[in-house]
Design a protein around this ligand. Sequence first.
Ligand SMILES: Nc1nc2c(ncn2[C@@H]2O[C@H](COP(=O)(O)OP(=O)(O)O)[C@@H](O)[C@H]2O)c(=O)[nH]1
Ligand SMILES: Nc1ncnc2c1ncn2[C@@H]1O[C@H](COP(=O)(O)OP(=O)(O)O)[C@@H](O)[C@H]1O
Length: 196
Amino acid sequence: MYNIKGKEKIFVYTGPDGSGRKTISKMVATAFDMETVLSYTTRSPRHYETDGEDYHFVTEESFKQMQAQEAFLESVEIDGIHYGIREQDIVEAFQNHDYVYLTLNPEGTEKLKTMYGDGVVRIFIYANRDTVIRRQKERQDSEEVIARHLSHYDEIMNYKNSCEHAFENFDSPQVAYQVSELIETFLDRDLTVTDY
Ligand SMILES: Nc1nc2c(ncn2[C@@H]2O[C@H](COP(=O)(O)OP(=O)(O)O)[C@@H](O)[C@H]2O)c(=O)[nH]1
Ligand SMILES: Nc1ncnc2c1ncn2[C@@H]1O[C@H](COP(=O)(O)OP(=O)(O)O)[C@@H](O)[C@H]1O
């Protein structure tokens, strides 16, 4: 297991699918020196996804091989699909950045929290059921994918109160601003005032 050092933090975005976790996390990351680590998954890419940009899409066989080599820091199976974060990717991300962010389901989030304690900050992003349905329809997820995601909605919402921070995502620029303010509080800035 990778040992988190000094100022290093893992910000984990969790919450219901379609609530806007990835959208918010990307908006926030533009303002800070933080990097994400893509998961490996055995599911096929959706029409709006690209290998190496959204996920590393791999076969069942390669995933199993990676598991056998204990390559994953954390991995889960959701509805028969495997997802995992490769430990070496985390090691490399921390070589150049103090902050790494991930988008995980509550099970994976909880595993990382147990491993790293204060090194992990959980940011729960949510929206009501109708809104997540509408957003998934807008990004043209299939009825089957939407139904699968909705079957987890209530259970995922139950995780909200366990997280350090929770934001309802109506207006993404506003939420991104609020999350950025939160991340600011972790920055170890030199607060000397300079007159120009
Ligand atoms: N624990 C864990 N969860 C993951 C990982 N990669 C993705 N997830 C989460 O797994 C859930 C299911 O993902 P999926 O249905 O493919 O929807 P997606 O969020 O649009 O990719 C989502 O909540 C993802 O954020 C991972 O490596 N580990
Ligand atoms: N505040 C918002 N208002 C309207 N649409 C949004 C908002 N936040 C995200 N979206 C859109 O909703 C969809 C789901 O967002 P995404 O970030 O992919 O969710 P998640 O990562 O939680 O599954 C995307 O098409 C995204 O552009």
